[in-house]
Design a binder for this molecule. Structure first.
Ligand code: P6P
Length: 329
């Protein structure tokens, strides 16, 4: 059985940055993931479910576990002296982790959605952590972290991934050399390689969209949905699958073959999903798994961010399905 640490070391020739830093980053991510796994799996028993009574920057009800997950990641990264600053869905501003001056040699910027889809915790639907990592570039002596260090285009990510807390807890990541999944063995707290080199299958039949917003969709999206409903030449109709949890929907679609669509709607005129800590990391993984990720017109990884929490329409999946949707748009 191949552990995550062994896999990283065996593949260090494909990672063009410090392997020691990558191991430190994963040390923090694994620890936080195990702590969240433990809490999520018994949330119903510890009254750790439900709202914390606060609202986050997005004006959404913060769940108790959102706050727990946010704090556990901040502390895990801080204690490994490898991250200069973090931007989180749960925090309006970025958080400087390294009070001393950040050095460029092994300091990174992390953007994270600590617990995406957390409103599903109460009903036992899979939820996930999504993370995105960039190299920190010190511009000159005595330079200190600014918002611009976080507002980088997605193609500059050096690491992106997610942890899905479902029937099992799986960590999926890419550093630009394919997509690999590791399943947690909770009895010994170790992540083992379970999904090497994940790619979208050739047969892709699933489409994921919140059909409840149909009337608010553009004509192009409506036409694509009608296309999905039509009988296909080979007789195989498409299948609609949507659980309202990006990590859950995306993970299933990458493994089984499907497209995820969250277009702009009247409630979310700029789209609902956040560019920096949801769409960019999932887009990086999508492309590395042989797929395509767009906002309806352009490549997600080319979008120049202007705000930490900016939203974007988001379409990701196998190239053939995304290209067919683009024809309708
Ligand atoms: P809707 C969860 O709140 C989330 O950000 C994603 O995980 C999920 O795909 C989407 O929103 C669901 O949104 O509007 O369909 O409930």
């Amino acid at each position: 059985m191949y552990t995550l640490g062994e896999f990283i070391i065996d593949n260090k020739k494909y990672f063009s940055h410090s392997i020691e830093s990558l191991l430190r980053l994963f040390s923090a991510i694994k620890l936080a993931a195990k702590a969240i796994h433990k809490e999520v799996n018994k949330a119903g028993l510890t009254k750790n479910i439900g709202s914390s009574g606060k609202t986050n920057i997005q004006g959404e009800k913060q769940q108790k576990l959102d706050f727990f997950a946010h704090n556990i990641f901040i502390n895990s990264f801080r204690n490994r002296d490898v991250v200069c600053g973090i931007a989180s869905e749960e925090s309006k501003n970025f958080i400087i982790l390294n009070k001393k001056e950040c050095t460029s040699d092994n300091k990174y910027i992390v953007l994270i959605d600590p617990l995406d889809g957390s409103s599903n915790i109460d009903v036992n639907v899979p939820i996930g952590t999504i993370f995105s990592v960039y190299k920190y570039k010190k511009k000159y002596n005595n330079y200190h972290l600014t918002i611009n260090d976080f507002l980088q285009k997605g193609y500059k990510q050096i690491l992106a991934g997610y942890i899905i807390y479902g029937s099992s807890t799986i960590l999926v990541y890419t550093t630009g050399n394919g997509v690999h999944g590791f399943t947690l063995d909770p009895s010994i707290g170790t992540f083992y390689l379970s999904h090497p080199n994940i790619v979208f299958p050739n047969e892709n039949k699933i489409y994921s969209i919140n059909d409840g917003n149909y009337v608010k969709f553009s004509n192009g999206i409506k036409k694509y949905i009608k296309y999905c409903h039509k009988e296909k030449k080979n007789g195989m109709p498409y299948t609609a699958r949507y659980i309202g949890s990006l990590v859950g929907d995306f993970h299933r679609n990458m493994i089984k073959g499907g497209i995820y669509i969250y277009p702009n709607t009247s409630l979310y005129p700029m789209g609902k999903l956040r560019l920096l800590y949801e769409c960019n990391p999932i887009a990086f993984i999508t492309e590395q798994a042989g797929g395509k990720a767009i906002d309806g017109h352009k490549r997600i990884l080319e979008i120049k961010p202007i705000d930490l929490h900016q939203r974007t329409p988001f379409i990701c999946g196998p190239k053939n399905m995304v290209s067919k949707l683009e024809e309708f748009i």
